[in-house]
Design a protein around this ligand. Structure first.
Ligand code: 0L1
Ligand code: MG
Length: 262
């Protein structure tokens, strides 16, 4: 750690204000170039506590930058982790007001809910397969608080990996009924196909993102509790949206998820 407690608390308040006031800010490493990964996750933890104190409990975890398309889009090579809270959840088929966001983008994600606790530094794919209760599709709306999405990874981690909204689909399936590697996803905006991919685009298998999340939590003295909702990361690149846009993600064997931007 390089930052003291007051600085971490101040940076969390700064990022929270950017989100609540719908006002972009410059990346925080501009002012704190020496900050390390522990500082970044400590700021994210402080953001989480502030959100919970405002009455919005954490309802899940997210992995970000897990697909080759997203890594290429953002010019990075390392996944990052964040949280999603109750107030970020939107209804499938519902609406999101763009004026309440800075510069939203949408991505299609494969999500799981676990039925047993996962822990340890080297949780392998077999353990994750055994722990998954069911699979469901989702759309994630990311909205970096940084101007023009210009950031580095530590700034992104501090900003809770750009988490903003998510839309979980209503069609859940048993893992045994699916092959997550070959599961196809088509992302459409206003009836036009803008991106498509298979689950393997996420780290070779989307559940590898869960293994990495468990290792990440273990390094911080935590476990992934039974009943956790985990978003494994966008399978395609993220697409920008504006008022009037209607986004649909169609999942092989998992139905579709949609949202309209007003
Ligand atoms: O969910 C994600 O992959 C977002 C990661 C953060 C970077 C970005 O804002 O695209
Ligand atoms: Mg995402």
């Amino acid at each position: 750690m390089t930052l003291d407690d007051d600085t971490i608390a101040g940076l969390a308040a700064h990022l929270e204000a950017a989100e609540l006031n719908v006002r972009d800010v410059t990346k925080i490493t501009d002012d704190h170039p020496g900050m390390d990964w522990e500082d970044a996750y400590a700021i994210q933890d402080a953001l989480r506590r502030r959100r919970e104190a405002r009455g919005h409990p954490v309802v899940g975890y997210k992995a970000g930058l897990t697909s080759f398309a997203k890594m290429k889009q953002m010019g990075v090579a390392t996944p990052v982790f964040g949280f999603v809270a109750a107030d970020m959840s939107c209804q499938d088929g519902g609406e999101i007001r763009v004026a309440g966001l800075i510069h939203p983008k949408v991505e299609a994600e494969i999500c799981v809910v676990t039925k047993t606790t996962l822990s340890g530094p080297t949780c392998h794919l077999g353990q994750v397969l055994a722990a998954v209760d069911f699979v469901l599709p989702a759309l994630e709306v990311i909205d970096s608080r940084y101007r023009d999405f210009k950031f580095d990874l530590k700034s992104v981690v501090a900003d809770n990996t750009s988490a903003s909204r998510f839309v979980a689909g209503t069609c859940s399936r048993d893992l045994q009924a699916l092959d997550l590697r070959t599961l196809g996803v088509v992302l459409e905006k206003n009836g036009r196909i803008l991106a498509m991919a298979a689950g393997a685009a996420v780290l070779g298998h989307p559940l590898n993102a869960v293994s990495m999340l468990v290792a990440h939590l273990h390094a911080r003295g935590r476990v992934l509790p039974a009943g956790s909702f985990v978003m494994t990361g966008g399978v395609t690149e993220a697409i920008a949206v504006e008022p009037g846009d209607h986004v649909v993600a169609r999942y092989q064997d998992l139905g579709s998820v949609s949202i309209r931007f007003t």
